[in-house]
Design a protein around this ligand. Sequence first.
Ligand code: LLP
Length: 435
Amino acid sequence: LHQMKINDRGHLEIGDCDTVELARQYGTPLYVYDEMKIRQNARRFLLAFQQSGCSFQVAYASKAFSCIAMAELAEEENLSLDVVSGGELYTALKAGFPAERIHFHGNNKSEKELRMALDAEIGCFVVDNFFELELLHDLAREYQREVKILLRLTPGIEAHTHKYITTGQDDSKFGFNVKNNHALIAIKESLNKPYFHLSGVHFHIGSQIFDVHGFVQAIRMIRKHLDHVHEETGYEVEVLNVGGGFGIQYTEEDHPASIENYIQTITSEVKSEWEKRGLKFPEIWVEPGRSLVGNAAITLYRVGAIKDIPGIRKYVSVDGGMTDNIRPALYQAKYHAVLANRAGESPHEEVAIAGKCCESGDILVRNIHLPKVNSGDLLALFSTGAYGYSMASNYNRLPRPAVVFVKNGKSRIVIKRETYEDLIQNDRRKQVFAY
Ligand code: LLP
């Protein structure tokens, strides 16, 4: 499942680095990203598109994991970047990421964030709603500049992990709904606004999608709506952005399609739908987050207390938990784990891996077979690269872990571990005459 490399000391390796050494050097909990794995994932997307012959952009959805080093890597791999906040935009710009390859998403971008993006002259705004349409156009007029936009449409298709369901009623906070004609109205309004250049439309049907069919359905649905738009306005899109959501394998239960399969299905569906109508193929954009970084990282934890309740359960507690990975507590997400310092040993007992936060829901893995666990063992949780660190918090005032990139037996810090001093840096003491 997770191609494990175990060295002659029985230690798990990642990027040719010994995890036991990494834990010693940087401490735990520790996020470790295999740089080459991210690059390989990126290259698989790009190659699949190149083979399709379509024009394309692959934008890394930086919400999955954002930091300066990651933006640098995305730039080196010729990815575009999807940002959803001033903070993600700031990070990308500080990393020197080319502004023209940045796309700005979000259902409630503030005026301040929009100005920041206009000042930076980013490549594209994905406009989500009527409020933003007006606000952004007012700003574009003020800047006396033509702004490229996509409109986010809600096709009324929701893709779930295994199956997709077509919801009759669109109930989403995102985008212009297709079914009540808000999409058509938004397109007409955008075409009438002198400071907008409407490059095309966007949709995003969900995350951790396994089945390619949800994309096929959405593309057909959107094309039908675009036919309607065409009849009324003569408008044709230059860009079709089909979002992200490509699933990855966390445990043996997961059976996602391959990156090649997703892209091949999407590009052929678009080609056939556009060809049928005798239209020029649009440029196809995707926005993968999870599928670029998810399987590239592991989290290393040190085992501490072990509580055995005979006949019920054995709790193995580690030095992190929901503060560095909230996905199990929030989504009942499942992960695979091994003892990194004894990775070659066969399973001996079934245990639960518990976090150290003060709530019962802080369980990282409910049932897992491991060799006999001792306090002091090193535990590795697999495929934690997406939405782990990026959703980390300081709950219980736990400092956020360090993040390292590894490659060819070398490691480098990309986000340093927080200190107690960091935790109180924004706190202010009581002052006698303050109020
Ligand atoms: N594009 C848009 C407009 C999105 O909303 C998202 C994710 C993506 C792209 C990237 O999706 P991905 O390829 O990573 O599935 N925190 C959740 C995932 C939330 C995804 C939100 N939007 C989790 O931990 O599973």
